[in-house]
Design a protein around this ligand. Structure first.
Ligand code: BTN
Length: 251
């Protein structure tokens, strides 16, 4: 905590040796907590991934944390907050000389394997955001992944970087606070989109777009102001993809 330079993010830190899921705990206390409160645990017994998946969260292998946010933005703009989280992780890792990139919309990859995932959950009241719980999971020292994810997952250590968890957390939170406050103050989505493009693992690459059991080849050409991925299919048609509606695979 002493190393943190942030003003809001991490002002309050709730630490656990073990918990089911930091996101679930954060959701329980979100209403009465102040913005920037962090829930962090050494391990999770029921770590949650996106789309109901499990997030492997063994003791001291990784970083499992959730940030409680109360931004005054429209619910439709909430995906930007997830993108900002992805950017903070990637910028932090780059500062630590780790060559990490973002796989749109917000997985973080090293050597094309996933090292970090983000799970954003929010509570909406009528048409405003009550709170957002931003869950960040980073594989730091994991060496053995289960059979099902072995080929697509990695850890920072496995890729050859021996980093200290506290250094990573400190930098991620620093980056996050800067980007988050800038966005809240300016509401400038273009700046975020430009950064997502700069750190993207996909731009210029050929990929597969998967939607409704259908798989089509395409080239990634841009990320627009709304944070959507622009692709060109083999027939030349250009389409805007919305996160959550499609999934992307490398070739
Ligand atoms: C993904 O599927 O890519 C998202 C993974 C998110 C994992 C993190 S770990 C901390 C927080 N608590 C959870 O239960 N999940 C998120």
């Amino acid at each position: 905590k002493s190393k943190l330079k942030t003003n809001i993010i991490g002002k309050e830190i709730i630490y656990f040796e073990t918990i089911d899921s930091t996101n679930d705990y954060a959701k329980k206390i979100a209403k009465k907590s102040s913005e920037g409160t962090i829930v962090i645990s050494e391990e999770q017994t029921k770590g949650k991934g996106r789309m109901g998946r499990f997030w492997h969260s063994s003791k001291k292998d990784g970083i499992y944390m959730s940030i409680i946010l109360k931004p005054d933005i429209l619910p439709n703009d909430a995906p930007i907050i997830t993108q900002i989280a992805g950017l903070s992780v990637v910028k932090a890792l780059n500062k630590l000389n780790v060559d990490a990139k973002i796989k749109w919309p917000n997985d973080i990859l090293i050597n094309n394997k996933k090292v970090c995932g983000i799970l954003t959950e929010m509570s909406i009241e009528i048409d405003r955001i009550d709170y957002i719980v931003l869950g960040i999971g980073i594989n730091v020292k994991t060496l053995d992944f289960s059979e099902d994810i072995k080929n697509i997952a990695t850890s920072i250590l496995k890729e050859g970087y021996n980093l200290n968890r506290l250094d990573i957390i400190t930098l991620v939170l620093d980056e996050f606070e800067n980007l988050y406050l800038d966005y809240i103050n300016t509401k400038n989505k273009q700046i975020i989109a430009n950064m997502c493009k700069e750190y993207s693992a996909l731009i210029g690459k050929d990929i597969y777009v998967i939607q409704f059991n259908d798989r089509k080849r395409a080239k990634c050409i841009d990320i627009n102001k709304e944070g959507n991925l622009i692709v060109q299919y083999e027939d030349g048609s250009i389409k805007e993809l919305i996160s959550g509606e499609v999934s992307i695979r490398g070739e």
